[in-house]
Ligand binder design. Structure first.
Ligand SMILES: *Cc1c(COP(=O)(O)O)cnc(C)c1O
Length: 416
């Protein structure tokens, strides 16, 4: 074996200004100490000790790194953490939740002529991905309500899909699918199950334990949790799925950047502290709002009035029912909802869920804007419905803010 090249550059080397600027401080000798945290490996390429060793890494016969699109230690630290939390065989991180979902569809073996059955109330962009990207490639999707197991099974038996796709806690009505039952339905038809568990996070539910083949997350939400990084991840139940998943990640190329991986890894460390607190505040808010005169209906799977209370109680860990609450303002349309939104002082008006900031969204003008009012009503999304993602602020402050904004609705509008 060739002896390793002298690294760093020898001081005696007679090099020009530019060569020194580029190389002099890089690849300094490693000491036998390890940083406690994983550094941000902001590098495109990795240098092996010899050409022979590099050849083995490229050939996949030796572990190691050669090019960040193929693998990077900071990403691997995140992938290992989520693999362990989800109790899977391996994970691959992506640049967004959408990229993770797309890669999973391909890794699950979907190709032209094959079909998918999906729960009907899934994330809007996912539905658009199925319609605008997958359908033109020859993969059709049939939708069924995941909360009506008989109807869902009927659709699966009829369609014989390659893939069944389901979300655990849906948006914005927070319907909770019985993941174990859905997996059973998929298996009886020989289909793989993909679960988008973004709203539950692995703190509340680990779908691979229930037999799912893939679990995907928009790490943008609870896993990173700080509202400052867009990312996604897929964890698979079987090692056999990893090569194809890695191949899609390498070739389609939507990898997560090392900086984003570092921040997400840092965010994940406090998931177990954030999530129960956010769920507990959400429960308190749901209970309190239900008693306010300006509220017509509260949707929260932790309330006995929610249609999926029993499933949520059985499925989600430690009685935690998620940290999103939706509610309908009594007799409200766009004007009243706007007044309510503008009256909020602590809660942000924002389009995301799952971070430390409480954020309120009006689906009629955002996530469900593309639908006609009739379509929205058919889905149960009325003009007075808003969605609140509960953050880590003090629950009493959030309740006071929501109540003062609701009180404003009960007063006649000020003429301007
Ligand atoms: C946000 C979200 C996505 C998409 O994730 P991005 O990171 O925005 O690409 C997918 N599914 C669910 C349930 C989401 O909430």
């Amino acid at each position: 074996m060739a002896s390793p090249k002298p690294r760093p550059l020898p001081r005696a080397a007679n090099l020009g200004f530019s060569s020194i600027a580029v190389h002099a401080g890089e690849r300094l000798p490693a000491f036998d100490t390890k940083p406690v945290t994983t550094p941000i490996y902001s590098t495109v390429a990795f240098e092996a000790p010899s050409a022979e060793a590099l050849d083995s890494v490229f050939g996949g016969t030796e572990p190691g790194y050669c090019y960040t699109r193929h693998g990077n230690p900071t990403l691997e630290a995140l992938e290992e953490t989520i693999t362990r939390l989800e109790r899977g065989a391996g994970a691959i991180a992506f640049s967004s939740g959408m990229a993770a979902i797309h890669a999973t569809l391909l890794a699950a073996g979907l190709k032209s002529g094959e079909r998918m059955v999906s729960s009907q109330d899934i994330y809007g962009a996912t539905q658009a991905l199925f319609r605008d990207v997958m359908t033109p490639l020859g993969v059709d999707t049939t939708y069924a309500a995941a909360t009506d197991l008989a109807a869902f099974e009927k659709a699966v038996q009829l369609v014989r899909p390659r893939v069944v796709f389901v979300e655990t806690i849906s948006n914005p009505l927070l319907r909770v699918a019985d993941v174990a039952a859905i997996v059973g339905i998929a298996r009886r038809a020989g289909a793989a199950t993909i679960v988008d568990a973004t709203f539950a996070s692995p703190r509340l539910l680990t779908p691979l334990d229930l037999g799912a083949d893939f679990v995907v997350h928009s790490t943008t939400k609870y896993l990173n949790g700080h509202g400052d990084v867009t990312g996604g991840i897929v964890v698979c139940a079987s090692k056999d799925s990893l090569p194809m998943l890695r191949q899609v990640s390498k070739l389609v190329g939507g990898i997560l950047g090392p900086f984003e991986a570092y921040l997400t890894l840092r965010g994940v460390k406090t998931l177990a502290l954030r999530m129960p607190r956010q769920c507990e505040s959400a429960r308190q808010i749901a209970e309190r709002l239900g008693r306010h005169a300006a509220i017509e209906q509260v949707h929260y799977p932790g309330l006995p009035s929610h249609p999926d209370f029993a499933v949520a109680t059985r499925l989600l860990r430690d009685g935690l029912a998620g940290a999103v609450v939706s509610f309908t303002l009594r007799g409200a349309g766009r004007a009243e909802v706007f007044r309510f939104m503008d009256a909020l002082q602590l809660c942000c008006v924002g389009t995301t869920v799952g971070d430390i900031y409480s954020q309120l969204l009006y689906p009629a003008i955002s996530s469900h804007r593309a639908l006609s009012p009739e379509e929205r009503h058919r889905l149960g999304i009325g003009d007075g419905l808003v969605r609140l993602s509960v953050g880590i602020e003090d629950a009493v402050d959030l309740i006071a803010d929501l109540e003062q904004a609701l009180d404003a609705l009960l007063r006649p509008p000020v003429a301007v």
